[in-house]
Design a protein around this ligand. Structure first.
Ligand code: DX5
Ligand code: ZN
Length: 222
């Protein structure tokens, strides 16, 4: 199983995104947090800005939608060329049909669950998705502490992915850093979002490498 490290640009210098993107050239994907100040109490950027990022990013974009009107907006991110579009389970009544539309528009389809949302209903429909995102903090802000109670969901999702032999990526997002990435990896996550851990570091390449090595050590425990 390969490990992916996806820095979240929520913690980057928003006045210099292009330079910030260049500083994470050793990452696997660039995690882009879209917030609407409605689904979460914070506001970032929307489709036109992400479309512009898509033009200069050296890495595939891993778009994480934290918006209420997912059904209206998600397809647009696939159409502008995002590699992956992840929407929140709590934001739509039609997760399977939305995932099918995202895939039809050419992107990988992801589904995310907040810390308080049970994962079981979504494990029943996992084959419809390319990625499952287990939020390890309440969505909305970078720099929070990982909520330990979310981790059993990672283990449960890994068991289901393996027992059904699915190719679904299991992503974690929120509070991931060098103190916990090996442990979370050992539970079965394979795709790690890291915002503050990467962008607050003076040497992003070294930080990405350290996170990658720790995540790989976690997998070797399995
Ligand atoms: C939070 C976002 C995260 C955030 C993670 O709602 O989804 O992607 O940037 O930041 P850190 O890694 O600092 O917790
Ligand atoms: Zn995110």
């Amino acid at each position: 199983m390969s490990v992916r490290i996806n820095p979240s640009i929520l913690s980057a210098d928003s006045g210099n995104f292009q330079t910030e993107f260049e500083s994470i050239a050793s990452a696997d994907l660039v995690h882009v947090d879209v917030m609407d100040n409605h689904f979460v109490p914070n506001l970032t950027f929307g489709l036109p800005v992400v479309a512009r990022m898509q033009q200069y990013t050296p890495k595939p974009l891993d778009v994480h939608l934290m918006i209420s009107d997912t059904d209206r907006w998600a397809i647009g991110y696939a159409e502008i060329g995002a590699y992956s579009v992840t929407f929140h389970a709590e934001s739509t009544d039609q997760p399977v049909s939305l995932a099918r539309r995202i895939r039809a528009a050419g992107a990988r389809a992801g589904i995310a669950v907040k810390p308080g949302t049970a994962i079981e209903p979504y494990l029943e429909m996992l084959s419809e998705f390319d990625q499952l995102l287990v939020m390890t903090v309440e969505p909305g802000f970078g720099g929070q502490k990982l909520i330990e109670d979310t981790l059993p969901k990672v283990a449960a999702a890994r068991r289901r992915i393996d027992s059904e032999k699915l190719a679904v990526w299991l992503q974690v997002d929120g509070g991931i850093d060098q103190s916990n990435i090996e442990r979370v990896s050992a539970l079965g996550a394979d795709t790690f979002v890291a915002g503050s851990a990467v962008f607050k570091s003076p040497d992003r390449a070294a930080q990405i490498e350290a996170l990658r090595q720790a995540a790989e050590r976690g997998h070797s425990h399995n």
